[in-house]
Design a protein around this ligand. Sequence first.
Ligand code: F0G
Length: 459
Amino acid sequence: MNKYIAPPFRIKMIESIKMTTLEERKLKLKEAGYNPFSLRSEDVYIDLLTDSGTGAMSQNQWAALMVGDEAYAGSKSFFKLEEVVKKITGYQFVIPAHQGRGAEQVVLPLLMKEKGMYYISNTHFDTTRAHVEIAGGRAVDIVIDECFDTEQNHPFKGNFDLERLEKFIKEKGPSQIAGIIMTITNNSAGGQPVSMENMREVKKIADKYKIKTLIDGARYAENAYFIKQREKGYENKTISEIVKEVLSYADIFLMSAKKDGLVNIGGLIAIKDDFDFYQKCRTYIVPWEGFPTYGGLAGRDMEALAVGLEEALEETYLQHRIDQVRFLGEKLLEAGVPIQYPIGGHAVFVDCKKICPHIPYFEFPAQAVCNELYLEAGVRAVEIGSFLLGRNPDTGENLESPLEFMRLTIPRRTYTNEHLAYVAEAVINVYKRRETIKGFDFEYEPPVLRHFTARLKPL
Ligand code: F0G
């Protein structure tokens, strides 16, 4: 068998991308305040900022757009989407949202009976954490320790630490826990999967203390593929069967459909069987997102999503998807570049703490490597480390992230392995001159979510 497989699709439409000169890139990066978020995408050659809404739709999805029913209420396209989501999840109630954070904004406050309650997750994604905090709650991450050691091999580095989870619930009292959010795959930890066994145990604990469980399923199909590959007893199950079992361990499914929905915009709320909770969501979706049969989406968006959800569960698609990420990761490993290992589902996470031990966390080593990579080759990556983490609200001190990652995030069905080989070469070149890389300080620092709009200056 070949080491890497070829894409299970042909390319019949292309978008041109253009390479810039080093002089141009130096200027663009300076203008962007040394923050790749402020670059224009036309000045980027290969864009690995995110896998969110950046993928390519299939011919069937493009065809589906044409039959979108743009009715404000009771759109045919909604009922098509609802049918597909019910079939995939086995859940009774479905509400669309414009994207993942729209779904979070509606659902998370509704499970909090009072301010100060906790949500526990393996790792909250930034917007999930933000919506918990905006609603007056507290977001706590309880992930296994292996996740913080990038060299340690563990098939499911995204897992909850079950012992600490139960201890925390007992300590705070079950009435203080608003819900347990299983983020699959665990994005912030490196696109690391969560095992079926772990989710089953989380559900047992949740049931014991009568706590609701939620799945943040942005990359639930990729997680299911890892279960099939790595977990005993699942090698002969279909992806759909695995997904059904995973979803049986939750009460609520939240999804940013911009990932495993294979669309450029979209989100979902699905509720297993709690009719009262569904009624509440239906009420609050209206002022936040829109009428419950469109939730911020056009009819055509719902059509494309109905098709994309099914395509993302095809095993040949998932095999190539995960294989492509592995292709990039293994090229880096072969050259000695330190990365989060095993390689995750949607991105390769480069361990910049190891690459630039001479840059302290408050001078943002991973941001420095991202900037260097843009200068080297016009490739845009994103920092997941202390620059993103921000400051302690009480002391104003920069927080130190346990990991300083440069995330090379791979959009779905968009780039070929030739693009990724080019990226690997560029990262390796940067790695070779790692000792010359310097840190950054703020020129302008916004008070919240600083990494999106901050301006930096080189030290
Ligand atoms: N949950 C997870 C695990 C995510 O990764 C994201 C988005 C969201 C929720 C929010 O969804 O963007 O549709 O509102 N992650 C993107 C990323 C932005 O780059 O990782 P959204």
